[in-house]
Design a protein around this ligand. Structure first.
Ligand code: M6R
Length: 607
């Protein structure tokens, strides 16, 4: 969703801002714009559609200036038009602002400001902010900004320029992501590290309720009373190459292929002396004996990873695990107390629904453990404990390595919890830890299928309805396989627990249906064979995913994707990879915009 970037230094602000915005494209957007401060005058250019439209418009003008702000907008309030695009300018032209988040009380504020004579141009919630700034301005931008945000309800990451301070850019944060990049003779802010990685690896993470005034040589972070806050500078561990395509046609394929490396980086540092050891989780290891219920909450693919987590944790720990969509959990009256462990899963660490659900759980006394990919993200900061997935930056909207590293953590967490609850015998533990260690290698072997997948999918690209059926972990994999297909190829698909089909949905199955059937749970194989027979009897074409030594599956399935032999409990990673590739090549066959599917955003920072 919306991305913001700010710059002040010695270079041409237009080119720094537009290249930063290009790196934020992956977040999803439908218009963009920049405002540059030059010799006490702000020049603003905005364009709907792709950033190239903005670049074209910019090419028609000469904009000189070394400080400015930029924005990619994912429309919420008002259509994706030039006028609704950010930045927004105050009536006097003194201030320009960019905003990520939602101002919930904008209607009242708009009425109030209109009553005071302010003129509104756009349909956005954001425009009230720039007029409030103007209203409160008495020569001190910091004071005006503090007064302005004290009037706002909702969430924001704000970037501000004021014509009277041509070297300064200002920022404020509450509930939406914002980081500061520290350079030499130049400084930056942005929604995330990807926008800045080509310029600096030195980052200051600012907290909710904090503000910043940034000049080329100074960064002053201050609180709502105006008092400076001491901040430390963190170093980003990944390189620019991680945020580039590196010869692949799409980020998604690159990220699919990076999975063995990402899995290794996520698994290995957490194994010491043949035991799972999560740094910083020792107090939870003690507390866990008092926990009587685990709730896993997340959205989208992260929720699907949580579903796999439920199966493995319940199996190994014999503790009840509920998996809740974060967007649902926050609007019911969940039974959560001090004896509940809430596991929050999020690649970005910024998903608005997940953050809200997590806050709700904390208020009810739960202990919160998060599984997050982005260091310093809101979810990581708000949790009692964090386990990082070390997938590196994920640019494609459809997650792949973000998801499989979450699966790896779910598997490790199950083992860690089972060990702390004394539920696992030593021999079994040793066998399971070996199985976890082998996940990256098994992932690599599943990826070997890539060579034939482009041709293989040609048999399937004509289907416009696909059912994914499975049981237990295989069912959780169906949910993710189905989501992958629909989000990037726009083919309608649904995931069903295989035994559930006959309770209604089988009415839709006929000779025009493709049924994808992962069958990697040996103990449930016979049941799956019966379900496959049921759909075949209605004329469906069945594509199974099975372990390589399973020959029986060929008796019923029309075609089989074989994956390497793996411990059934930890098969999820090896099992989803061919389905990621399947979706990728179907989408490619259909000519879809794979990295940036329509209507979707990478990081869903609004409700
Ligand atoms: O950043 P998060 O893991 O919190 O994101 C949650 C979902 O929005 C995300 O997994 C989404 O479903 C993926 N884009 C699907 O590929």
């Amino acid at each position: 969703m919306c991305g913001i970037v700010g710059y002040t230094g010695k270079d041409d602000a237009v080119s720094v801002l537009t290249s930063g915005l290009k790196r934020l494209e992956y977040r999803g957007y439908d218009s963009s714009g920049i405002a540059v401060n030059n010799e006490n005058k702000i020049t603003m250019v905005k364009a709907s559609g792709e950033i190239n439209n903005l670049v074209e418009k910019l090419g028609e003008k000469t904009i000189v200036g070394c400080a400015g702000i930029g924005h990619t907008r994912w429309a919420t309030h008002g259509a994706p038009t030039d006028i609704n695009a950010h930045p927004h300018l105050s009536n006097s032209g003194r201030f320009a602002i960019v905003h990520n988040g939602i101002i919930e009380n904008y209607i009242e504020l708009k009425e109030e400001l209109a009553g005071k004579g302010f003129n509104f141009e756009s349909e956005t919630d954001t425009e009230v902010v720039v007029h409030l700034l103007e209203y409160y301005y008495e020569g001190d931008v910091r004071k005006a900004l503090m007064k302005t945000v004290s009037r706002l309800e909702g969430s924001y990451a704000l970037g501000v320029v004021c014509s009277e301070f041509p070297k300064s850019v200002f920022a404020a944060k509450l509930g939406s992501p914002l980081i500061i990049g520290v350079g030499v003779g130049e400084n930056f802010f942005a929604s995330d590290v990807t926008a800045l990685i080509s310029k600096t690896k030195n980052i200051i993470y600012i907290e909710d309720g904090e503000f910043a005034e940034i000049t080329p040589d100074e960064i002053d972070v201050f609180d709502c009373t105006g008092k400076s806050v001491k901040k430390s500078v963190s170093r980003v561990v990944w390189d620019i190459e991680a945020a580039e395509k590196g010869g692949y046609e799409h980020f998604m394929l690159k990220e699919i292929m990076e999975q063995p490396k990402a899995l290794k980086s996520t698994i290995e540092p957490n194994i010491k002396d043949n035991k799972i050891h999560f740094e910083g989780l020792e107090p939870l290891g003690e507390k866990i004996k008092d926990i009587n219920k685990i709730i896993i909450t997340a959205c989208g693919s992260a929720y699907h990873a949580g579903y796999v987590g439920k199966f493995v944790i319940e199996e190994l720990c014999r503790i009840s695990v509920e998996v809740d969509l974060a967007s649902e959990l926050r609007y019911r009256n969940p039974i959560i107390d001090e004896k509940t462990l809430v596991v929050v899963i999020s690649q970005s660490g910024e998903t608005a629904d997940t953050i809200a659900a997590m806050k709700e759980c904390k208020e009810r006394g739960a202990t919160v453990l998060s599984v997050v990919n982005v260091v310093g993200s809101t979810i990581a900061k708000l949790s009692d404990y964090v386990i990082y997935t070390w997938a590196g930056p994920e640019i494609a909207v459809a997650t792949s390595k973000g998801y499989t590293t979450q699966l790896a953590v779910m598997n490790m967490l199950a083992l860690w919890l089972g060990d702390h609850l004394n539920k696992i015998e030593e021999t079994e533990y040793n066998e399971l830890i070996e199985a976890i260690r082998s996940i990256p290698e098994r992932a690599q072997r599943s990826l070997d299928l890539n060579a034939q997948m482009a041709d293989f999918v040609k048999n399937y690209s004509h289907y416009d309805s696909v059912f994914y059926i499975g049981r237990n972990i295989d069912y959780a994999i169906c949910m993710e396989g189905s989501l992958k297909l629909k989000e990037i190829s726009y083919v309608h698909s649904e995931a069903y627990a295989a035994g559930e089909l006959k309770h209604g949905t089988i009415a839709l199955v006929d000779e025009n249906s493709l049924v994808v059937a992962p069958c990697c749970q040996e103990s449930l194989f016979d049941k799956m064979m019966s379900n496959i027979k049921e759909v075949k009897a209605r004329g469906a074409n069945v594509l199974a995913v099975a372990l390589e030594n399973n020959h029986k599956i060929y008796e019923e399935a029309d075609n089989v994707i074989s994956i390497p032999e793996t411990h059934p409990m930890f098969v999820s990673v090896a099992e989803i990879i061919p389905l990621q590739l399947f979706s990728y090549y179907i989408a490619k066959e259909k000519g879809c915009n794979i990295d940036k599917p329509k209507n979707l955003a990478k990081s869903v920072t609004v409700e």
